[in-house]
Design a protein around this ligand. Structure first.
Ligand code: URA
Length: 269
C-alpha cells in the first residue's frame, strides 16, 4: 500500500513514463531556457526579460553545435567503420562517434556480446532499458528467452555473438528512425564482417529489412535461408521472430523452435 502523501509523486512518475521520460540523465533537473547559449533573452541591463525566446529564422551565433546532416553522418560512419581492423577498434571508434544523436540520451554504447569467433551471430533492433543500464545486448526478458532457446539446441550464449542494428537505446524504447538506422548501419555491417559468422540470424522485421533488404512481414520471411553479402563473401542468413514478439505471442514459439533446429543443422553440416 503506497502512503497517500506519495500518490502525487507516483502519478507524476507514471505520467513521465507514459510520455517516454523513463531515464534520469542527471541528479538535478537542467533548465534549458536558462542556458545562456540557448536563450535569446539579453542579460541586464536591457529591456525586461521575455518569458520565452521569440521564434527565430536563423540559428543564434553561439548556439550549441547542430548535429551533422544525416548524409554527412552516414559518410562519417562509413569511413570510421571501414577503418576498424578489429572488434576492439570498432568499439572504440563507436564510443567516440558523435554523428548519432541517440548517444546523447542513452546511458552508454551497447556494442555486442559473446564470442568474436562465433559461428552464429544474432542481430536485433536496438537496446532496451536493461541493455542501456548494463551495456550488454539482450539481457532483459527478450534476452533471457533467447538464452533459453539457444540452450534448447545445446548452444551456450557465450558461444554465439549478439549485437543490434542501432547500438544506443532510443529514448522511451521508441523505434529508431530511418536516419538513425542508416547512420548506424555501417557499424553493424563492419561488426558482422569482423565476426564473420557462418550463419547470421536477423531477429525481427527491422533487422531483416535493414540487413537483408527484405521488407515482407516477418511471418513470411522467418525460417527462409537468405544471403547476406559482405565485400569478401556471402553469409547464410535467416530471419527469425524477435524474442519480444514471442513473449507476446507464445503460440508462435513452435516456429522459432523449427528455425533454431534449422540453424543447428546448418552449423552441423
Ligand atoms: N531488443 C533488441 O532488439 N535488442 C536488445 O538488445 C534487447 C531487446
Amino acid at each position: 500500500m503506497i502512503p497517500v502523501e506519495f500518490k502525487p509523486v507516483r502519478d507524476l512518475l507514471t505520467f513521465y513514463l507514459e510520455s517516454g521520460v523513463d531515464v534520469a540523465l542527471d541528479e538535478v533537473p537542467a533548465d534549458r531556457f536558462a542556458d545562456p547559449a540557448l536563450s535569446a533573452v539579453p542579460a541586464e541591463p536591457g529591456p525586461p526579460p521575455r518569458l520565452r525566446p521569440e521564434p527565430r529564422l536563423v540559428a543564434p551565433a553561439a548556439a550549441v553545435q547542430a548535429p551533422p546532416l544525416p548524409e554527412e553522418a552516414i559518410m562519417a560512419a562509413r569511413a570510421a567503420a571501414r577503418s576498424a581492423a578489429s572488434l576492439e577498434a570498432l568499439r572504440d571508434i563507436m564510443n567516440g562517434f558523435e554523428g548519432c544523436a541517440l548517444r546523447t540520451t542513452a546511458k552508454q554504447l551497447v556494442f555486442g556480446d559473446g564470442s568474436p569467433q562465433a559461428r552464429v551471430m544474432f542481430v536485433g533492433e536496438a537496446p532496451g532499458s536493461e541493455e542501456d543500464q548494463t551495456g550488454i545486448p539482450f539481457v532483459g526478458r527478450s534476452g533471457q528467452l533467447l538464452d533459453r532457446m539457444l540452450g534448447a539446441i545445446g548452444i551456450a550464449r557465450s558461444e554465439v555473438y549478439i549485437a543490434n542494428i542501432v547500438p544506443w537505446r532510443p529514448p522511451g524504447n521508441r523505434d529508431p528512425s530511418i536516419h538513425e538506422t542508416q547512420i548506424c548501419l555501417p557499424f553493424i555491417q563492419r561488426q558482422i564482417e569482423l565476426v564473420d559468422p557462418q550463419v547470421l540470424v536477423c531477429l525481427g522485421k527491422p533487422a531483416t529489412a535493414t540487413l537483408l533488404g527484405v521488407n515482407d512481414g516477418i511471418k513470411r520471411t522467418r525460417g527462409r535461408w537468405l544471403v547476406y553479402k559482405t565485400d569478401t563473401r556471402d553469409i547464410r542468413a535467416m530471419p527469425m521472430f524477435h524474442p519480444a514478439y514471442l513473449l507476446r505471442n507464445p503460440i508462435e514459439k513452435r516456429f522459432a523452435w523449427r528455425d533454431f533446429l534449422a540453424i543447428k543443422k546448418a552449423l552441423a553440416g
